[in-house]
Design a protein around this ligand. Sequence first.
Ligand code: KIV
Length: 267
Amino acid sequence: MNQVVDKPLSINDISAMKRRGEKITCLTAYDASFAAVIDKAGIDILLVGDSLGMVVQGHSTTLPVTIEDMVYHTRCVSRVRKRAYIIADMPFMTYSAPDLAAKSAAQLLQAGGAHMVKLEGAKIDCVRFLVDQGIPVCGHLGLLPQSIHQFGAYSVQGKEPQDAQKIREDAQQLQQAGASMLILECVPATLAKEISLESSIPVIGIGAGVGCDGQVLVLYDLLNIGVGKRPRFSKNFMTGNNGVEEAIKAYHQAVKNVEFPGSEHSF
Ligand code: KIV
């Protein structure tokens, strides 16, 4: 099941992992040093997440992050990556219309060196337009941190049947629009498992249970670094491991072996 590929991973390699039932590992990376360690540890996807606004820049939300910030951090990561596939987040208000989305995504691919861009919500027109230009897209449903002022709290989404149905339909529409991957954040494990089974594209969960095709965590949560409270869906992998590299390898193995997340990390 778990095939080690040493060459740089493409979207085809990631999709093949889903088809053969191998769990996909993903971690956030924002700088060259951590990106190199994560890449060497064998993690499949480096996500340059706009969570950097909170964990690197010290903001209370991801909203202040700019496209220039994202290009800078994506470039830091892509310079040292040898194997992992790189996804970069499109920041708040950089994809409010298809033309703007294409301009922002082009910066992340051309100047940043990303392989795929991620955008929050069911922005179907933008996704279709980007895919038409040859830009691979990852969707992001469930809890949408860029909409925190609309959501009111960082809470679990899709608990009510009509909300679950909406997330399900959005996932199908994103896939039909050409998205190649989907992140589900903070949704009930049963819903995430159903969406993963219904989708032909890889579904990566964070706070979405063990039934997804892969898992992503914010690196600093895994390393137990940070000022705030660690989210329930995360785990401190520094416990019982000797240093950062071992902790990341332990996360990688726990995901591949379907040992993380446990029910205590799920909703
Ligand atoms: O920005 C980020 O780190 C993310 C993950 C939480 C999925 O989008």
